[in-house]
Design a protein around this ligand. Structure first.
Ligand SMILES: *Cc1c(COP(=O)(O)O)cnc(C)c1O
Length: 392
């Protein structure tokens, strides 16, 4: 057997040691707390839909956990991003800078407004938007006018920038925020993957005017489906609540809507699940860190690059990631592990390669292309029973 075969075999063996036999998913939710109780409470109360106490509670608790002043719950993370992009002032025909190495939701949300993504490269170590590349891109392509920054090639306004904290590893958000502020470009953090990740002990999603979270079934904690907009700006918070609840003016019985709104409010049932999950978040993060350190020790002695948070930041270990030597090694690894009941997955196909974004401007995406060929996610769930001692 060659080294790669040994690595693949031993990876499967360690996954089985951590998670037991049978199919091992990449990430699955754990319901070992108050989930059933809160769901039943919700049904018994009759408040199962978009009005209810659990939604308000979930919002308050997420605001507290992240250290943001306001949180507005939505049906999913994509809807949260859609609203954040709209509230940041992005208009149809504008351009929005983001990374090509992201999940589709980031680019879909930009497109819902009728804006177009501009793809700037990521840093190799964070896998998130590179401040150096962003600066170079703007200096080369952009000009400041009285009403904002424009793309000299397309003549379009560059109205926002949406970096993403890939797999929960924080990107260099402080540097990105400085550049955006210098250029007068609105900053929105896609923190869908980074609940529980920090930069300088400040929660990701609190460096921008607006940020969004996701509680999809595969995320760190889940509400079944759900998302959240977080902000410190009371006007934006009020506006977000208003347009995600059909823009209805509060009244005991009359219907009056003062603009086009969305039916994007998170249902109470989902929030009930979310509240129960949130009670276990700190503990889940500890368990995930324990799993990550097992993988880290394993890959270190085998000379494989196991991705770690950069200095000054802390990852939530949502999805563990390794960087293999080549696309060929990656493909062999994926094939072997998946065949042996251990789910592993390549990083996303770059957004710039998808049919609907193929004509978007890029900066060459050198690092993104390199990572696209080599990054693999490995099983990262909290192991069964790890949270069993809960007395909540
Ligand atoms: C999960 C995710 C979202 C939001 O997804 P939903 O499934 O709509 O909640 C947005 N951006 C990124 C990068 C994500 O991983």
């Amino acid at each position: 057997m060659n080294d790669l075969n040994i690595l693949n075999n031993e990876t499967v063996a360690l996954a089985k040691k951590i998670y037991g036999d049978g199919f091992i998913p990449l990430h699955r939710p754990v319901f070992e707390g108050n989930e059933r109780k809160y769901l039943v409470d919700c049904i018994d109360s009759n408040f199962v839909s978009s009005v209810g106490e659990k939604v308000n509670q979930f919002e308050k608790e997420i605001a507290k956990f992240t250290g943001s002043k306001f949180a507005i719950a939505t049906v999913n993370g994509t809807a949260a991003l859609h609203i954040a992009v709209e509230l940041a002032g992005v208009k149809a025909g504008d351009e929005v800078i983001t990374q090509a190495l992201t999940f589709i939701a980031t680019c879909n949300a930009i497109s819902y407004i009728g804006a177009k993504p501009l793809f700037v490269d990521v840093d190799i170590d964070t896998m998130g938007l590179s401040p150096d590349s962003l600066k170079i891109f703007l200096e080369k392509n952009a000009e400041k006018r009285l009403d904002g920054t424009y793309n000299k090639n397309s003549g379009k306004k560059i109205s926002a920038c949406v970096p993403m904290h890939t797999f929960g590893f924080p990107c260099r958000i402080q540097e990105i925020a400085t550049i955006c502020s210098d250029w007068g470009i609105a900053l929105i953090e896609d923190a869908a993957e980074s609940l529980g990740s920090y930069v300088d002990n400040k929660h990701t999603g609190t460096f921008a005017q607006l940020a969004t979270l996701s509680f999809n079934g595969n995320k760190v904690i889940t509400s079944g489906g759900g998302g959240m907009i977080i902000t410190n700006d009371i006007a934006l918070a009020k506006k977000a609540k208003h347009i995600t609840t059909t823009a209805k003016i509060a009244h005991p019985y009359e219907f009056f809507h003062d603009e086009i709104g969305y039916n994007y409010r998170m249902p109470n049932l989902n929030a009930a699940l979310g509240c129960a999950q949130l009670e276990r978040l700190e503990e889940s993060l500890l368990e995930k860190a324990r799993v990550a350190s097992q993988w880290s020790d394993f890959f270190k002695v085998r000379g494989v690059n196991f991705v770690q948070a950069i200095n000054g930041s802390n990852a939530n270990h949502w999805l563990n990631a390794i960087i293999l030597g080549s696309k060929k090694e990656r493909d062999m690894f994926l094939k072997f592990t998946n065949k042996n009941n251990v789910m592993t997955r390549p990083i996303w196909t770059l957004m710039s390669k998808l049919p609907m974004f193929q004509d978007c401007q890029t900066d060459g995406l050198k690092n993104s292309l390199w990572l696209e060929d080599r990054v693999v996610n490995i099983p990262s769930s909290v192991p069964d029973g790890a949270l069993k001692d809960f007395k909540g």
